[in-house]
Design a protein around this ligand. Sequence first.
Ligand code: ADP
Length: 430
Amino acid sequence: MNKTLYSIAAWAILAVLLGSWLGSTIGWAVFALGLLLMVLISGMQLQKIRGWVRDLHQPPPVSIGPWDEILAPVYRQLKADREQIASLNRGIEAIMLAAEALPDGAITLDESMGLQWCNQTAAEHLGLNLDTDMHHSIFNILRAPEFTQYVSQNKWDSPLLLHTEQAGLDKSLLIQLSPYGFGQFLMVTRDVTQVEKLETTRKDFVANVSHELRTPLTVLFGFLETLREHPADSFSVEQRERYEQMMFEQAQHMQAIVADLLTLSTLESSPPTEGRPVRVSLIIQHALEQAKALSNGQHQFVENIDPALCIVGSENELTSAISNLLTNAIRYTPKDGTITVSWYSTEDGGACYSVQDTGIGIAPQDIPRLTERFYRADKGRSRATGGTGLGLAITRHVAMRHNAELLIQSQFGTGSMFTLRFAPLRVRTL
Ligand code: ADP
């Protein structure tokens, strides 16, 4: 403003000087001209400022005279505010990203339990549609009486375990509600479906092991009791020998179960070893010798074995898988059946070990469950041939630890083919 006053004063002095020299009319005319010039310049400057106001991100225009003193600090303040807002936005964005990265679902609810915000994990857990469910009451979204009851309590010390169904699949969710801020709520969800499944599997496993061991133990116990309660001379030598043989078989069965359980537990708990190239043909030959002894001339064997193919891995584990499949073929193939054992390379550089039999076959509904621990399609035959119900579970584990797949093809009443297909990265050739 000072500049404007100085300019007016300068024009006034000039007008007074010219007025006293050339007459007052000239003096007034010069003064009026000066003021007019100042108004014109000021109008042009205002025009520039008007243009700048439309885009405040730009620095104020130059040559705006006295306005510069006013607009420069305004612009500096605007710039500082903008930077502060950007920094706050960056902070909010980082928090949002962190909330998205949470392994648990997070939902914020307003005081009337309306959905305010949720991360992607929570949307997946509860099947939320972020476009349509926002601001809707959580009770309309999660319609479960247990949930309504949980929310209606005033303290939420422990989480709620909620069993829901989504897209036809059962889901178990842990839900924890906590109040925060001014009447708002934070709801954390965790998918515990797998944990629950594992717990059920563990319980089933313990029950199965107890059941498997109880049967031979009961038989063993029964014989021992009979022998103890009767005088030694009340049994003939043959009778005693028969009892002893039966007890021996039961003890042997229990030993086989315990041995297989230990193998399984080692496979499950130890990390897979890199191993070294193993000559699979030698293992197959050895397993075939044992298989022929077990078959006792009752089956025909067809062999188609590539002697040069090796697999990088554990010799013990491979031996166990190879002989499991071969022993099964004999146990589930009646007399005069044919067993074909093949070990060959595949076009993609992998390798396959397959055992095909002309045995009893497996019903289609049993095939997907065969590798479950203690699952038996033919219980009678499995027990009669001393099966533990763990052989294929062990084989599947060995396969997984060697980048291999266990494929089962079978036709009930006609025969089966079990194949271990190894990935190229495990295969070596001599
Ligand atoms: P098991 O000790 O009972 O043989 P496995 O885990 O080796 O246990 O096999 C699981 C079930 O798979 C067996 O009980 C049997 O019913 C079925 N099975 C396995 N191999 C064959 C086969 N070659 N032919 C028909 N059924 C088979």
